[in-house]
Write a protein that binds this ligand. Sequence first.
Ligand code: FUB
Ligand code: ZN
Length: 634
Amino acid sequence: MSSVPLSQITLTDPFWSGWQKTVIETTLPQQFEQLVATNRIANFELAAGRKEGAFEGLRFNDSDVYKFLEACAYSLAVAERRPELKAAADRVRGIVDTCIDVIGAAQMPDGYINTYFQLGHPSKRWLNLNAMHEMYSGGHLIEAGVALFECTGDRPLLDIGIRFADHVMSVFGPDTRRGYCGHQEIELALVRLAAATGEAKYADFANWMVEERGHAPSVFEAELGDPESVALAPEAARLLIGTGEYCGDYCQDHAPIREHTEVVGHAVRAMYYYIAAADLAADKGDSALEEALERVWSNLINRRMYVTAGIGPSASNEGFTGDFDLPNLTAYAETCASIGLVFWGHKMLELTGNSDYADVLERALYNGALSGISLSGDRYFYTNPLESRGSHQRVPWFLCACCPPNIARLIGNLAHYAVGASSDTLYLHVPVGFEADVELGGGPVHLSCKSNYPWSGEMEVIISPDHPRDFAVAVRIPGWADDVSFDIENAVEEAEYQNGYAVFRRTWQAGDKLKIEFEMEPKWIEADPRVRDNLGRAALMRGPLVYCAEQHDVTYTPQLFMADTEAPVELGQNASLGVTTMVVEGACEVELFPEGLYAEVGATDVAGSTATYIPFYAWNNRGATNMQVWTRKL
Ligand code: FUB
Ligand code: ZN
């Protein structure tokens, strides 16, 4: 199973086609303005000798430019099939060319590129792998180069990435110097580079780094004994606990990957690490590595993930704490971490074919990741708490701006995660609407899927091979759907059920119609009682969407609500947000506590109320206010 190249597929459902339009027309130009205003582009101009001055910003700011370029690549591919986006695409193309020109000029003759070091610490390269992000930034460069090459056929950025990769491999390797990336990223990028170039050496090198990590002696521990290395990033001392003992949890350097049992440390690092490992496990058919990944995945999904698929509750390590520790108000749940979960879930899906991974991918996509961007496409959340007392608010940019370009690249490349294909099967992982032209069963097939997901569970796929042919259409049955029905017009529908997919293998003729309906009833969800913050509470979901109550729609503070989870839930519309709402009519009570902090039991008055819930991803688009996902049950 692999993906359908963006040149062969267009998303057509109003939801995602709308988001892709917003990204190319609004998000990318707005992000470029920020990259310029914050001197991220200027850093390259300085390194290229085109300007005088000093480096500005965080040491991994180059990566934001690369990730932005990757997002541009996908949007350009999207626009190629959508003529109405041509003007926006031309603008983006101009921005891309400007960036590539200056990045190429900034690269050093030996292939090294990192403006932080080139401008401020030219003699200190590769001294502190743990904290300095040289491989991380370079990994994003490689990914951007691969994406532009794959989406537009252009080589210049790919070649810059290749020169950097070759440089890294001239410094590190099994026969030269032991090393791996403090913030995993280059591993997964090198795997992509190997696939794009056909050069297995890049995947072998990535494999070496993935496997070296966690074996004693730790590369990062050794760096802590080198004063020159420590001087570059004194915060690397966070890897020392108690009496000064090294603890590699933060960067998944605590044990060799095959021994991992729990997801620990910094959430984005963990996701990016396991993405590379899943790719390598697939390439090599390595079942022991696959088992290790399944173990860690199970710990994450069953004990450490929010209902929104936000992950990493703690701000102190931007990551994981312990099992069932999922506080709502203080949830860190970085946007990048949920995006990483979409990516890792997709790799696990491709590795195993099991739809459970698509369930999580979908949950992260429509909730924890999508909440990272405003409906207007130019404001962002870095953290995604499940409750707010009115101070949490999206902003146009961050000092540490990893999340904005990450959400732009996710949306641009969405077809990659939603639809898959093998030589004889089309997979609908997420029931998006699309038009695609793919090779199936040995010839071209046009596929058209009409969908109004996530608002409706009804879809219609029209399958048109150039002549009647045998192949399969495999439709994931979402974990949230209690009832599903399929209908093939003028035929007896017979599906085989495999790994959570309904597989229709038959001789398809031009114009054949497959109708799909997933029952999409509102549902109240409870958490395992060991999640103490959610005791006695429930969250409302419909289809893949988690809902929340936002002060704008209700008379009382959502935190005071107690909902009758047996009462009927009416569907409504919020035209300004463009979302389906859910209304718990009159079946909600509000506690009116007497004046003062404490009162005798029974002194509280109760008022009947109606609660309106909106999708979690759509909150905070009408100003900062109180919000809550988990409502107390009556
Ligand atoms: O370190 C690079 C990025 O910045 C991480 O992925 C985020 O968590 C933020 O710390
Ligand atoms: Zn981020």
